[in-house]
Design a protein around this ligand. Structure first.
Ligand code: B12
Length: 214
């Protein structure tokens, strides 16, 4: 199956071609995991250097982001039609304070929703305290934080501290995104650091299904 054509269309910001290629891939039986990794995440990661060099093109990155989100919408629609949504619980999600990257967070939202969770998406650049407030308001232990910027680790570390001060000992913090993925859970003071969205989902599912303690 040809994922490189899809990746190229996303990189070029050609959303119409990207959606049509993704449709072909889905029809030929490609898995969502592989479409997301090879067709969507990889091309955006390839644009990486544009964020730090003189070659920086916000327009190019935003167009690629739009193509990616249009493909995600298609995947979302297909799965909703298949009626595979159940109800497994609520999850608080947000990009941590100091960071405005949110394309990856949107993917996490979609994958977790499709897997049966009600996702409360707080948005981006979110204060640690707000995650705790939302978890209390929605009566859920699950907080998922996303970051693509390594210096935001200082804010990730605050979440469990705030919870402890309020005697909220059941709060479970899952960290993900390239800003966190090389850090240890001890360093970030979280319960788990996900290698990718599906690894994070497995972790939450294993707790919900009683296979692992929080
Ligand atoms: C697109 C992009 C932007 C866009 C963001 C648009 C948007 N709405 O998100 C714009 C142009 C705005 C931008 C801005 C900046 N960016 Co930028 N950006 C990128 C780029 C090229 C791609 C990121 C992306 O969207 N990838 C695709 C998505 C789908 O992947 P993802 O986010 O990693 O998410 C996946 C997984 O990580 C995971 N995941 C993510 N979150 C979570 C959470 C949980 C709980 C779980 C389970 C999983 C999970 O699931 C997703 C699906 O697979 C990266 C390069 C890179 N290699 O990542 C740089 C990059 C992240 N940016 C970088 C930088 C430095 C910046 C700026 C500071 C630049 C500047 N000088 O102003 C600003 C940030 C300002 C701020 N305060 O936040 C650096 C970060 C360096 C670092 N380690 O700290 C990178 C790595 C580029 C580089 N090589 O230096 N950026």
């Amino acid at each position: 199956m040809n994922y490189s054509e899809l990746a190229e269309a996303v990189k070029n910001g050609d959303n119409i071609l990207a959606v049509s290629l993704a449709q072909d891939l889905l029809q030929s039986g490609a898995t969502i995991e592989v479409i997301i990794e090879n067709g969507l995440t990889d091309p955006l990661n390839e644009l990486s250097s544009k964020c730090t060099t003189d070659d920086f093109s916000l327009f190019e990155i935003m167009m690629a982001g739009r193509a990616m989100m249009d493909v995600m919408e298609l995947i979302n629609k297909e799965l909703l039609e298949e009626n595979c949504i159940s109800h497994k619980g609520k999850i608080i999600l947000g990009t941590i304070k100091g960071d405005i990257h949110d394309l990856g967070k949107h993917i996490v939202n979609i994958i977790f929703t499709l897997s049966g969770f009600k996702v409360i998406d707080l948005g981006k650049d979110i204060e640690p305290k707000k995650f705790i407030n939302a978890a209390q308001e929605h009566k859920t232990p699950f907080i998922c934080i996303s970051s693509l910027l390594t210096p935001t680790a200082i804010y990730a570390r605050e979440i469990k501290d705030i919870a402890k001060k309020q005697n909220l000992n059941d709060i479970i913090v899952l960290a993900g995104g390239v800003g966190f993925e090389h850090a240890s859970k001890e360093y970030l003071q979280v319960d788990y650091v996900a290698k990718n969205v599906f690894d994070g989902l497995e972790y939450i599912l294993s707790i919900v299904e009683g296979k692992r303690d929080g």
